[in-house]
Design a binder for this molecule. Structure first.
Ligand code: KMH
Ligand code: ZN
Length: 271
């Protein structure tokens, strides 16, 4: 099995200070959490940013500030910015993050129910994001909330908008979207090309059960406060690093080694 790539989704758009005091909000806090997560074993940091009031923003200047802070404090980590932003943002607003010079960006490849809301990712938006990322040499990670989303990704690949190695993230357990169930995961893994790589992000209490399946199946893992704020039932994680450390321990327990950022670059075909 290849070494395990751990992505830390350190902040997200939805989690509030009321839910957990440990969610990083300012650029300094986000960068600090990113670097501690790197030290704990993460090789990719999935980055969202917040405005001064703690609300989600896709402001390119805030992204640049966070990207620069992460690069100066932990230069080797792979930075993956979110183009998902938050529900209700326009496509142009969401796309701003890719102008902060990241190596990777998420590309949400389908519309989905997202709790009480609808997270809109129609094909024209997907094509626009794919084209812009390709032009800038940014590697997309295809965010799939449903199995059908995989086929949207494969469609834009067929249309020539994305070239090179393909990497998917199966986000399972979002209320209203595909449940976090091992049978769903297996079906999704079977639906991507054989030479593609994949990771799984289990939402809420599904974070570690999904990680366990992925570690055993040869996939990769995303953890972090964006997806789950608990270390165990009723116990808040005090940092992203604690969640990363748990994933590292799970992998080591079954003999799977952890990828460094450079090893992750190799696996993902990143230059
Ligand atoms: N905040 C969600 C609506 C992504 O980062 O690309 C979208 C999201 C996915 O988090
Ligand atoms: Zn995200």
């Amino acid at each position: 099995m290849k070494k395990l790539i751990i992505t830390a989704a350190v902040c997200g758009a939805e989690v509030t200070r009321e839910q957990t005091p440990y969610i990083p909000i300012t650029p300094e806090e986000i960068a600090q959490e990113a670097c501690l997560a790197r030290k704990a074993g993460a090789s990719i940091i999935h980055v969202h940013v917040r405005d001064k009031e703690g609300k989600p923003t896709q402001d390119v200047n805030v992204f640049k500030e966070v990207v620069n802070l992460i690069r100066s404090n932990c230069p080797d980590v792979i930075i993956q910015v979110s183009t998902g932003g938050a529900v209700g943002m326009s496509a142009q607003e969401r796309l701003q993050s890719i102008y902060s010079n990241p190596e990777m960006a998420t590309l949400d490849v389908g519309t989905t129910n997202f709790g009480d809301d609808i997270f809109v990712n129609d094909l024209p938006l997907i094509r626009l994001f794919a084209k812009e990322m390709s032009e800038k040499g940014i590697m997309p990670e295809f965010e799939c909330f449903e199995i059908g989303h995989i086929y949207n990704a494969l469609r834009v690949v067929k249309e020539g908008l994305i070239k090179g190695h393909l990497h998917f993230d199966f986000v399972l357990g979002v209320p209203g979207a595909c449940p976090a169930d091992v049978r769903n995961l297996v079906r999704m893994v079977d639906s991507i090309p054989q030479d593609a790589s994949w990771t799984v992000a289990g939402v809420g209490r599904h974070e570690f059960p999904m990680a366990a399946h992925a570690i055993a199946m040869g996939g990769h893992v995303r953890v972090g406060l964006e997806d789950n704020i608990y270390l165990s039932k009723g116990i808040l994680a005090k940092s992203n690093a604690e969640l990363v450390k748990r994933a590292v321990e799970m992998a080591r327990a079954i003999g799977r080694e952890i990828a460094t950022p450079d090893e992750a670059r190799e696996i993902l075909g990143l230059k």
